[in-house]
Design a protein around this ligand. Sequence first.
Ligand code: GLY
Length: 395
Amino acid sequence: MTERTRLNKEWLDYLAAASREFERSRIRSSRYYPHYTEQGAWKLLDVGALSSWQDGTYEHGNWTAGFWFGNMWLTAMVQGDDKPAELALSRLAELTDRAHDHTTHDLGFLFYPSIALGYQCGYLGLEQIEPALQAARMTARRFNDQGRYIQAFGPVGEVRSAGTSTIDTLMNLPLLWWAYGVTEDPRLLDVARHHARTSARLLVRPDGSTIHLMQLDPVSGAFLTESTLQGASPDSAWSRGSGWAVGGLSWSYAMTREPELLVAAERAAAYYERMTTPDKLPPWDFSDDSPAAPPDASAAAAVALGYLLLGVSHPDSTARSRFDTAGRGLLDTVTRLAVNRDEGADGILLHSCYSVPRGRGVDGATAWGDFYYGLAMSVAHGALPIEYLLTSRRR
Ligand code: GLY
């Protein structure tokens, strides 16, 4: 098999999995969306499930429904068939209440893949994007001026939540970049830029591994402690954290051209490269070197997208070409090892994890893995121009 045929076969495998997901979605309730799979079946979550503190630990609620909408736009685009987009459009109203959710930083995950990307791809008009702009304003209200971070968890200013900041928020920032492009509201740009800088400084360690969560003093802004919910331990290297860092910092650099964001993106990328080999998926946490460590392909998908973004935005042409090649190579690995070829199982990208410590969604499909993999594949195969991610115009 030639390289080109093999790549085409991988593209076809992705399309087959994406189209199965569309067909299965048609018969589901419009209130419930894929979260992660267990034993090959989606665990579906009510779109209105809000985040909360339960017994001292944070429950994210539904932070993943937006990815399903993103997958439908992508499926429509790559197949040249409007039916998946029509289905997404018919369900969009279910999501819009969440634009007023004041309990979470995850509004970017909910509203970038759904409304912002739907608009960029031409499936939504200006008159349909207000919920995403509202969600962006809501996110900006979570900004702590003293510490220059977006509060991760809980209602703004609530005592136990006020100092929380997480690596995941970096991958929520595309909502703010996009909303700034539409509205030219400088507050949205400032919040995103300062949050990205703070994360680059405090959440990416000198060796390029990442801290999952940090607690800051919300009054002075000082760093207090590192911790984690989904990683192995506070000082371990949760691989999805690498995914959120490489993806989010690369995107942030592409939007701002701020050198410190490029430095941090490259440091996180170099760490990921050091810790992985092309014949394997990353383990869920790089500190778990046991042969039975569950893999997390969703982390690799987010890294691959970051590489493709550096492949167009890095100021050095040799580095651009190196990152572009690395992104395609990583997608090749991920497709070979993790795309769903089992017609009986749900999901597009398998071998991913939600939370190993909590025993949730271990080694299955995840809503975000499906989305970032589909997005990166669509860019790499020329089905979605990368400019759609970097500008704010309807196509
Ligand atoms: N945003 C939650 C996670 O990545 O698990």
